[in-house]
Design a protein around this ligand. Structure first.
Ligand SMILES: O=P(O)(O)OC[C@H]1O[C@H](OP(=O)(O)OP(=O)(O)O)[C@H](O)[C@@H]1O
Ligand code: HPA
Ligand SMILES: [Mg+2]
Length: 179
């Protein structure tokens, strides 16, 4: 796998340090509240697992799968729910955990969908922000890092379902994307 990597953008240590900081902030902000973390599968799975371990609160977790990219590096703009939540979020303080906000289309759909279910609040925690490609105006509450306008992989993020298991965020060589 290593021979396909052009550049590491965020190292494992940088990721883990930032996630610890985010976890501490969320712990402070949600003290005494009925917090539910919602992981947006599959990309956010690594982030969710590490973030949750750094939040010192009696929270619950649920998982939702949506897809707009398929096997491409361009968003189709059509968001499909592949797996819905198992539990009700009515009256709960919802924190959506995402790996990346790129065009913003996935989250703008998800946000409206979740808000219609009667939660007490809905906030967003994204590991990565790629502001240059934004199509939908999304306001998030917690962020790890800003990334340039390049297709990034690793730590949950895939290209054609692969590279999710890399412990860092990187960019692949051009010939890999164009294959
Ligand atoms: O802001 P956007 O342009 O909508 O892009 C962000 C979304 O796209 C990716 O998911 P994808 O649809 O590839 O599914 P996956 O998480 O299973 O890879 C990523 O994990 C985000 O959920
Ligand atoms: O840069 C990206 N990498 C992987 N998946 C993505 N989904 C939206 N943007 C990206
Ligand atoms: Mg993907």
């Amino acid at each position: 796998m290593e021979q396909n990597i052009k550049q590491v953008l965020i190292t494992e240590e940088e990721l883990q340090n930032k996630i610890k900081e985010l976890g501490e902030q969320i712990t402070e902000d949600y003290k005494g509240k009925d917090l539910i973390l919602i992981c947006v599968l599959k990309g956010a799975v690594m982030f969710m697992a590490d973030l949750a371990k750094n939040i010192d609160l009696p929270l619950t977790m649920d998982f939702m799968a949506v897809s707009s990219y398929g096997s491409s590096t361009e968003s189709s703009g059509v968001v499909k729910i592949i797996k819905d939540l198992d539990t009700s979020i009515e009256g709960k303080e919802v924190l959506i955990v995402e790996d990346i906000i790129d065009t913003g289309l996935t989250l703008s759909y998800l946000l409206e969908n979740l808000k219609s279910r009667g939660p007490k609040s809905v906030k967003i925690c994204t590991l990565l922000d790629k502001p240059e490609r934004r199509k939908a105006d999304i306001k998030y509450d917690y962020k790890g890092f800003t990334v340039p306008d390049e297709f990034v992989v690793g730590y949950g993020l895939d290209f054609d379902e692969k590279y999710r298991n890399l412990p860092y965020i990187c960019v692949l060589k051009e010939e890999v994307y164009s294959k």
